[in-house]
Design a protein around this ligand. Sequence first.
Ligand SMILES: *Cc1c(COP(=O)(O)O)cnc(C)c1O
Length: 452
Amino acid sequence: MSKKTYERPYIQQLNTGSMNKFGTRTEFGPVDHIDNVPVKGLIAEYGSPLFVISERTIRSTYKNALRSFKTRYPKVQFAWSYKTNYINAVCNVFHQEGSWAEVVSIFEYQKAIRNGVPGDKIIFNGPEKSKTDLMLAVDNNSLIHIDHFDELYTLSELLEGGSKKARVAIRMNMDTGVYPMWDRFGFNYESGQAWNAINKIMSHDEMVLEGLHCHIGTYMLSANAYAIAAWKLCDLIGHTKLKWNHVIKYIDMGGGFASANTLKGSYLQGADIIPSFDDYAEAITSTILNFGFKKEDLPLLILETGRAMIDDAGYLLGSVIANKTLSDGRRATIFDFGVNILFTAFWYNHKISPAQYFSHHTEETVCYGPLCMNIDVVNDNISLPLLNQGDNVVVHRVGAYNMTQWMQFIQMRPKVVLIDMKGEVHIIRENETVDTIEAPERKPEHLSTFVL
Ligand SMILES: *Cc1c(COP(=O)(O)O)cnc(C)c1O
């Protein structure tokens, strides 16, 4: 029998009226395996901290989402939102499942092309596309989602007099009853701006209006907002058919479905309040189906779901550097991962599980990262058992927006590994070294030496 771990004694205030340590058990157990691979083995082999991606979870989440839509609507296509996680191995799991690519910059566009996505299966979104970017997208037959009138005019000017045609959609924004409204991207519906853009495109031969697009927000807790948005897109598809006798082929509802993470300040756990894929699918597909399209004119429904598709599949493993007591008596634990690699700690209270056995005494804990910066707070109040120096933890639901928004600040970025369907582990991104950091740097000759 192995030796029990030491837990220092502590005094905990019992508040009357609320649950205390005698009234309720710690609601979680240790997480010592991910997809049957031991957490401590992963850390021993690949270092700490370490990002881990479960291929199994990605595929099952994807199939789940697809089923929710396909059972309700005949023509459905997912497009992987590159900015949510653009590590090539991750993108290719989605492409193997049948996802197109949805990109918001030329660099993401190039990644999609290099991954082997055919040009006509790349959706090019975003407010910034240069003339060269636009021409590349035209040459590749990609779907260009126009964001503003200046882009529309630029594209029109580029193609004027030539024989090339651009396949375009417009991004629309609208009042969906969720505020603040995202009106900085695309053309507004209520003011007539979107209709105006449609008419401008329809009057030009060099642009073929293939779709209407919206992306109404992110971590949307209301499925009904999608019903409102879908109706407004259908409305303009209907008007375009009436006025121009032109059938708009697809309706792209963007992303924004919530993942099961808990937002900071939320009283209830994310997992208890978020709509399911079924809820979102029901809101969107019944709106389109009930709108009044003829069967042959039913638009292809495109979804660019990012966060809800990948968050659960990502884990961050880390280690305890130290414990300390703050001046007000609260316990603080310092981990070897900070907000530099866990960007989403700014808006989520991530669930953190110890990776080894613990007893059920827990204490309110402030979790800090290793950065010498006051903002480096991973979780400002989480109930954790006593962790000792060198103990390991698993941070849950970190698959979305961390491996793209992370930064090299004070600490370098760690490895990312993927556990495949057979339980084999693959490095899918190496950790950075001082060479990675210095590679793009240049020292002018006169600054190359000094004497101290
Ligand atoms: C970011 C983004 C997405 C993905 O959003 P999620 O909230 O992660 O689902 C989809 N479409 C566009 C245009 C985006 O900018």
